[in-house]
Ligand binder design. Structure first.
Ligand SMILES: *Cc1c(COP(=O)(O)O)cnc(C)c1O
Length: 479
């Protein structure tokens, strides 16, 4: 398996190169040059443990890593130490199923990918030598999951910027209470866009990037998408087995409802579906920042500014992973490969410059018969959290509630729907209290953070200040 860029401007490379590259060097996103078809393996795979299944799937895409090397990387990423209740348990809530992806170290689904990515980085550095300095910007969940993925690892330092006072207090403490020598939190006196701008400017300074081997952990890294493919298979197998269905039967399928922001998680489901995972369709769920819904229902990708909601990890205007989907979409609708790369580049430029992009809907139902889309308002989200708690004594976090609300609205008769639960509700205690009228969202691990010491550098909203901090810190760390 080789990796290419959506914009056609890189030499085909191996999996580990793709992982280290993050964003493709031509500004596009890295994708596999083919999507394997696993339909004839479903029966064999359906009885595997999570780690065994992860090994089979990752091995298909990581053909430059021997299986005997992959196995321990996966086993360490998903050990019971880090996931005491399993990686991806699926539970019944009323007539829906909920795939709980928040049992990892930071209680959000991003741990599934970032625990594995940390191991892959360490593996590459051990084989090729050198160091990696990760620079990131976070509005909340990504930062703590990325830090948990690389804390204490040899050869890796992580610099994570967050907007001072603008993440939830719990989210900030999940980052700043990590005292490992290789973890450097930076609270920037600005908002998330300022953090992201500083990150892009520093990463775009190629001399600086090379001198300090700067790498990225944001959701465009292919390994993150890959790691997330696994739980779609695992959950589909589990629910179908519970229903006494044989995965090899043609009509044995499930539907996934996925709360989406950067289009990363649902893209993994889309890849799973193309591989032959028994998925009937995907239901894409957005909050009021509903650009992706507009695209999938009307073929319009309108630009506006993001409105803050109770599900902040989905308050996104440009979905960073969307270009991967668009690549396959344009590919299906055009014959000439060069014309295609140009068309995609044109579309992305329109988006990057704040314009509106259009494609023609294929059917009255929208762009893609495999993906249905709907949004949930803030009121919908609050009502869904309250109702689900009242009726089932099950507490949804606001992101998950977006998915559950949309799933209830879109579900057809007899359809088996699995909703992805992306965070533990205790990460968003204010929204929960607002929805149910009581402060009932707790988690021991988060409560314990309140009394721990913290370390964090407060810096002005200034690229040069962040740059100086990185240089001084690394001089001290690597004399
Ligand atoms: C990141 C995040 C999402 C959105 O995931 P994407 O991959 O960006 O679509 C949803 N819920 C939570 C809790 C998250 O942290």
């Amino acid at each position: 398996m080789k990796y290419i860029s959506t914009r056609g401007g890189i030499e085909p490379c191996e999996f580990l190169d793709a992982v280290m590259m993050g964003l493709a060097d031509d500004g596009g996103l890295v994708i596999p040059d083919a999507i394997p078809d696993v339909r004839d393996r479903l029966s064999d795979w359906s009885t595997l443990s999570y780690n065994e299944l992860a090994l089979e799937i990752v091995a298909l895409f990581a053909t430059d890593v021997p299986r005997e090397d992959l196995r321990p990387l996966i086993e360490r990423a998903y050990s019971a130490d880090h996931w005491p209740d399993g990686v991806a348990p699926t539970v019944a809530v009323g007539d829906l199923h909920v795939l709980e992806l928040w049992h990892g170290p930071t209680l959000a689904f991003k741990d599934v990918a970032l625990q594995l990515l940390g191991n892959l980085f360490e593996y590459v550095l051990a084989r090729r030598g050198g160091r990696l300095n990760i620079l990131g910007a976070t509005s909340g969940d990504t930062g703590s999951a990325a830090i948990a993925g690389v804390r204490g690892r040899a050869g890796i330092d992580i610099f994570m910027m967050h907007p001072r006072g603008r993440t939830s207090p719990v989210q900030a403490r999940q980052m700043t209470t990590v005292l490992d020598e290789n973890v450097h939190n930076i609270a920037v006196e600005g908002d998330f866009d300022d953090c992201q701008r500083i990150m892009k400017e520093l990463a775009g300074d190629l001399a600086f990037k090379r001198r300090y081997s700067l790498g990225a952990v944001n959701s465009v890294n292919w390994a993150r998408v890959l790691a997330q493919i696994v739980y779609y298979f695992k959950s589909a197998f589990g629910v179908l087995a519970q229903q006494g269905k044989d995965v090899a039967e043609k009509d044995a399928t499930v539907t996934f409802a996925v709360p989406t922001g950067n289009f990363g998680d649902i893209l993994a489901g889309w890849y799973a579906m193309q591989m032959g995972c028994p998925i009937k369709r995907l239901i894409l769920a957005t909050n009021v920042n509903d650009i992706l819904k507009q695209f999938f229902t009307k073929g319009i990708y309108p630009r506006s500014t993001a409105k803050p909601t109770s599900s902040p990890s989905m308050d996104i205007q440009i979905s960073s992973n969307f270009e991967r989907y668009l690549y396959y979409y344009v590919n299906r609708h055009s014959r000439n490969i060069d014309a295609m790369a140009d068309r995609l580049k044109g579309m992305m430029q329109i988006l990057e410059h704040g314009g509106n992009m259009y494609v023609k809907p294929n059917t009255p139902d929208g762009i893609d018969p495999q993906i249905a889309a709907e949004s949930a308002s803030e009121q919908d989200v609050m009502a869904t959290i309250a109702e689900t708690w009242r009726q089932h004594r099950y507490l949804l976090d606001p992101h998950t509630a977006v998915g559950v609300r949309v799933a209830r609205r879109m579900r057809r008769d007899g359809e088996t729907v699995i909703c992805l639960a992306t965070a533990h509700p205790a990460k968003f205690p204010t929204a929960i209290e607002q929805a149910v009228g009581e402060a009932i969202a707790h988690h021991n691990r988060l409560d314990a953070l309140a009394t721990l010491p913290t370390r964090c550098a407060d810096l002005p909203n200034d690229k040069q200040a962040v740059r100086d901090f990185i240089e001084t810190t690394l001089k001290r760390r690597i004399p």
